[in-house]
Design a protein around this ligand. Structure first.
Ligand code: ATP
Ligand code: MG
Length: 412
């Protein structure tokens, strides 16, 4: 019988890659606590409208990438393609307004029907941080500084650049939009089919096009700067001054728009050229319009998400740490003593393995070869049970002390 195959675009992450993945998540967890973001856990699926109404029907994600299905009750459900829309939905359903401004963080799997390739999967994972109910540019700054710190703690900040733009407030964005329509209409015949289609529905997205046919026109398109209201300029100024104050470097990217409908004011991406075509590691911005598209009250908010796989690829493979201690049972009558000793070591916060299978004569040598800091080997002979310590490095002295203290109880 044939064994089942994995679904295309999913990943079974193992070994050094899984360690790198875990390292990204634990660094995120550590930093989000430093910035006092509350942890939340979100459903993996939502009603389809949660995404179609907030991301916009004409976005790539909604029009081509969602995993939507009808469940047994006849509702249209969708595996989440991103976190933000579901978090906004939760904010409204649960009345989290009372906690505003609300700083939340989460991570987990997302699903998009994309063409699988290195750094692009159909089930992938993100870390995500959002500040909801905060209209001030200070919130944008805090999120950007936090993202920067995560990259620094992961040791990958050097090859990564923060690209920053503003889309302005609603009035600025509308004026810019009209100018873009006028400009691109003159070149319509030379644009990609997708962009011709975007021209009427959402011309901003042409700027986001990856099609080489669109690139030359994108390069000469009108810039948002000529359409920014004084208020929008002031907002953006406060964001950049905040970044300067925190010593976070950025590059102004006037054509950066991000693919989704709900963005206003600040838009940003952290990009690298070390991952080939999949160069965006973290992206986000301000989405003051999102709550209203879900039928809620106007609620300013800002957030970002980063692909864990792409961050892990930059971090590089990480080896599992060698054990602090291996407890060896040199004969089978000592297995229970070895189990007891290992669990005591773990209670004391030392990582521990038990070596109690295979040929008894080889167990000690295998333990020594494992690279553990300290080996505690238990042996029984005519004189009763004795223990033998092997110290592999100076840290072992501390572990040996711990062993000497527990020994009378373990071998009693
Ligand atoms: P891209 O331009 O690469 O398609 P995106 O703009 O669609 O990215 P976002 O929706 O902003 O991406 O998601 C934020 C981050 O999540 C990305 O910067 C990337 O690191 C990661 N990401 C997005 N889609 C995938 C995917 N299919 N596989 C792996 N990581 C992904
Ligand atoms: Mg995408």
């Amino acid at each position: 019988m044939k064994t089942p195959q994995a679904i295309r675009g999913t990943q079974d992450i193992f070994g050094a890659e899984a360690e790198a993945f875990a390292h990204v998540v634990s660094t995120f967890e550590k930093v989000r606590k430093l910035y006092r973001f509350t942890r939340i856990e979100m459903p993996v699926f939502e009603k389809t409208e949660v995404f179609s109404r907030s991301l916009g029907e004409t976005t790539d994600v909604v029009s081509k990438e969602m995993y939507s299905f009808e469940d047994r009750g006849g509702d249209s459900l969708t595996l989440r393609p991103e976190f933000t829309a579901g978090i906004a939905r939760a904010y409204l359903t649960n009345g989290w307004q009372q906690h505003a401004p609300l700083k939340v963080a989460t991570h987990g799997p997302l699903f998009r029907y994309e063409r699988p390739q290195k750094g692009r999967y159909r089930q992938f994972h993100q870390i995500d941080a959002e500040i909801i109910g905060a209209a001030e540019p200070l919130a944008d700054v805090e999120l950007l500084v936090m993202a920067d710190q995560i990259l620094k703690e992961l040791g990958i900040a050097d090859g990564v650049t923060l690209l920053l733009n503003t889309l302005g407030d609603a009035a600025s964005r509308d004026a810019w939009r009209s100018a873009l329509v006028e400009y691109f209409r003159d070149h319509k015949a030379d644009l990609s089919e997708d962009s011709q289609d975007r021209l009427e529905r959402n011309p901003l997205r042409i700027l986001d096009s990856k099609d080489p046919r669109d690139k030359p026109f994108v390069a000469d398109a009108p810039l948002i700067d000529d359409y920014l209201s004084a208020e929008a300029q002031d907002f953006f100024g406060k964001v950049t001054q905040g970044l300067d104050a925190a010593s976070v470097d950025y590059v102004r990217a006037p054509a950066l728009v991000r693919g989704l409908d709900y963005y206003r004011h600040t838009a940003f991406e952290f990009v690298t050229d070390r991952l080939g075509a999949q160069g965006t590691v973290l992206g986000g911005g301000r989405y003051d319009g999102l709550m209203e598209s879900l039928g809620g009250p106007a609620t300013p908010a800002v957030g970002w998400a980063a692909g864990i796989e792409r961050l892990a690829m930059l971090v590089g493979e990480q080896n599992q740490q060698d054990a602090d201690v291996v407890v060896v049972a040199e004969s089978d009558d000592l297995i229970h003593a070895a189990i007891a000793a290992a669990s005591r070591f773990r209670e004391l916060n030392y990582s521990a393995d038990v070596m109690a299978t295979g040929s008894p004569r080889k167990r000690f040598d295998k333990a020594v070869k494992s690279g553990a800091t300290c080996i505690v080997s238990l042996r029984s002979d005519m004189n009763g049970v004795t223990s033998n310590i092997r110290r592999n490095n100076p840290d072992a002295a501390e572990i040996e002390q711990a062993w000497l203290q527990m020994k009378p109880f373990i071998l009693a």
